[in-house]
Design a protein around this ligand. Sequence first.
Ligand code: SF4
Length: 275
Amino acid sequence: MARNTIHKSATGRPKAAPSRQPKAAGAKREASRQNPPTPASKRKPPKQKPSKQVPSKQKPWTKAEIEEAFRRLREANPEPRGELEHINPYTLLVAVVLSAQATDAGVNKATRALFAQVDTPEKMVALGEAKLRDAIKTIGLFNTKAKNVIALSHKLIAEHGGVVPRERAVLETLPGVGRKTANVVLNVAFGEETFAVDTHVFRVGNRTGMAPGKTPLEVESKLEALVPPAYRRHAHHWLILHGRYICKAQRPLCEKCPINDLCRWPEKTTFMANA
Ligand code: SF4
């Protein structure tokens, strides 16, 4: 049952609680009359702090510097490979879908046994969502990922004869497949010169100043435009591995970095001094 709030006066006699509501509402109405709200279209966007990893006034890399950086990365690792285990384009596609917000090592641990039994969309559909869920339950977001893998397998069978398509736009119509996944599949399974921008490539592109961008697509477009032909096939692998093992998010190993002298990150010397 609702009760009225009773306040006591100085004399101890009860008196009704003063209500401020109408006054406040009135004041609000008055203020709004004097300062009518700005239409959404004219409102200024909120100021955003610049990201530490997006060097705003860095000197752009020259063509010779870019060439030199990739020459050194290639020298250190002539045949870079992705670390997701797979058997064929289909298992690669599944592995990349499963790898969203998960580590390659974690995905491999779950898929090793799975792919030994299930390496086609038909076999995946026959396995079913419940058993797939159980097989990948150690991977984050496994419920959604299991749903997507079963749905994309159905779609591959119904629309592509059970074969993984080679066009990015078509790949992107599959459940759970975005631009990055499509780029990995095109590059690794079909040898296309695509640039899959994951968290490591995004960080390295921005931190070094080689391919700065506020979105993965922006970084990808910069890499598309600047990576010399001889390095395009493996560029994204070199950058992923560089980001994963050297230019780490928390504590980049600048003292071991083969492109240290070319990197534009203002904080790199701090790490070197403390190394
Ligand atoms: S110098 Fe440091 S910040 Fe620059 S690329 Fe190398 S590891 Fe990354």
